[in-house]
Write a protein that binds this ligand. Structure first.
Ligand code: FDA
Length: 427
């Protein structure tokens, strides 16, 4: 930590200011190093951004700063805790600034990518890159050898495949949301066909008296073609949902679609309250979005986020994404409307359970959500412990990008792919 005391040569407060800084800095037992800088003339002061003597600067930040002061060589007065003004910085402000600097340093260390994270980052980046390649999608969907691997995460090509999975979930006391796979459609016809797929799914669920709960992506409904067309297309699904009492969750895609997705979700929610949306804890903006959705009583599914996002909009390290998840989960549990905590991360799930218990939040006020094919043991364990667990069940022929994102989530999945390829080639 770099501590500077900037004073004019004749400053009457210099000695006392240095004594206070030293006392504040020794509070943790370390010998402080305070660099005294004498500010001689106005040019020098301007070069240092000096607004008066004494100035205490910790790691380049002025303590008790008032940045709009003019550059000058006179004495500076500081507000004291008792309301008076005095020529020295209050000790409390120095202690707080020292603490703040230590915290910043710790955050910066945590944000620095670690060497051991590199293979995981590379495989994640590779899978996410491949998930966006349409040529690879055509190739992969044509190859029979990928089928067995895909089946781990995708119920199958047909609605009947999904219904068979739901029957099994039902028997195990689990709930579900059904995703008719597809995203980034290229034409209005494809978008309309995708919406028809959802209508057929809702009807099939209602006919079989299975809980009608679906999740959809707006790029599958034509968001990239025309946002208004997309909203009308989804509105057809929401209208049917209203008729049969179903719930519609709008999945969240990459950050370039966040604003449009939230706007459409809000508008549809205004007409039918059983429309919910998804928030990704890796996005820096999510704390604000969560507060607004809490105020609007929109149901939120909280997840970490599955896309490849730049550091300008998203947290980079796992520690930051997890800390954000924990904070957002607490806000949603405390004040949100029946939030869905979507993760397989046992540490975060434990945090949620502890927070709910400590704050008298009954398990019937929230649910856990997990993906089909991931941590079935955990899903069953939570149900046995009295929690609601909803499984995200995708089906359909457009499985490629969804499958690649699942592979990207876990470095060990690279081995899974390689092992399966070898096995399927032999078999
Ligand atoms: P994390 O990735 O830290 O995994 C924790 C543990 O879970 C791993 O150690 C491993 O054991 C297991 N695990 C996780 N993923 C696995 C995988 N693919 N294969 C094998 N094991 C795995 N994202 C998004 O951007 N928009 C969305 O709308 C949604 N919707 C959504 C719905 C539901 C119900 C879930 C559960 C998730 C999403 N996601 C999503 C995906 C989410 O953002 C995230 O990518 C995954 O859930 C993986 O992150 P975890 O929270 O599980 O933690």
């Amino acid at each position: 930590m770099r501590v500077e005391l900037l004073v004019t040569p004749d400053c009457p407060h210099a000695e006392r200011a240095e004594a206070i800084v030293r006392a504040a800095l020794t509070s943790d037992g370390r010998e402080p190093v305070v660099e005294r800088i004498l500010v001689g003339d106005l040019d020098h002061a301007a070069g240092l951004g000096f607004h008066g003597s004494p100035t205490i600067r910790i790691d380049g930040r002025d303590v008790a700063a008032t940045p709009d002061l003019p550059i000058n060589l006179g004495c500076r007065l500081y507000a004291q805790p008792d309301g008076t003004l005095s020529g020295t910085v209050p000790a409390e402000a120095i202690v707080a600034a020292v603490e703040d600097s230590r915290q910043r340093a710790a955050d910066a260390r945590a944000a620095r990518p670690r060497l051991r994270d590199v293979p995981a980052r590379l495989s994640r980046a590779l899978f996410l890159w491949a998930s966006r390649r349409h040529g690879l999608a055509r190739l992969a969907t044509a190859l029979p050898l990928t089928r067995g691997m895909v089946r781990r995460f995708v119920a199958g090509d047909r609605l009947e495949d999904a219904l068979a999975v739901l029957e099994r979930l039902h028997a195990g006391g689990l709930r579900w949301t059904v995703d008719v796979l597809g995203e980034s459609v290229a034409s209005r016809e494809m978008a309309a066909t995708a919406a028809d797929g959802y209508l057929a799914t809702l009807d099939a669920l209602a006919e079989r008296r299975l809980e009608a709960n679906v999740s959809l992506k707006l790029t599958q409904m034509g968001l990239d073609i025309d946002a208004d067309f997309c909203r009308q297309n989804v509105a057809r699904i929401v209208d049917r949902a209203r008729e049969i009492g179903a719930f519609v969750r709008i999945d969240m895609e990459d950050h370039s679609r966040t604003d449009a997705t939230l706007a459409i979700a809000r508008r549809l929610h205004a007409g039918y309250h059983d429309v919910g949306v998804v928030i990704q804890s890796y996005l820096r903006r999510s704390a604000d979005d969560v507060e607004q959705l809490i105020r609007e009583r929109v149901r939120v599914r909280l997840c970490k986020g599955a896309y490849d996002e730049p550091a300008t909009v998203a947290f980079v390290t796992r520690a930051e994404v997890d800390a954000s998840f924990a904070r957002l989960a607490e806000r949603l549990l405390a004040d949100g409307r029946y939030p869905a905590i979507a993760t397989h991360d046992e540490a975060l799930i434990d945090d949620v359970i502890r927070f709910a218990a400590a704050n008298g939040i009954n398990p019937d006020r929230f649910e856990f959500q997990m993906l089909h094919g991931v941590r079935r043991d955990l899903q069953e364990g939570l149900v046995a412990a009295g929690f609601t667990v909803r499984v995200y069940v995708p089906y359909g022929a457009q499985w490629y990008p969804y499958f690649l994102r699942r592979l990207a989530e876990r470095p060990a999945n690279v081995l899974f792919v390689l092992r399966t390829l070898v096995r399927e080639r032999r078999g």
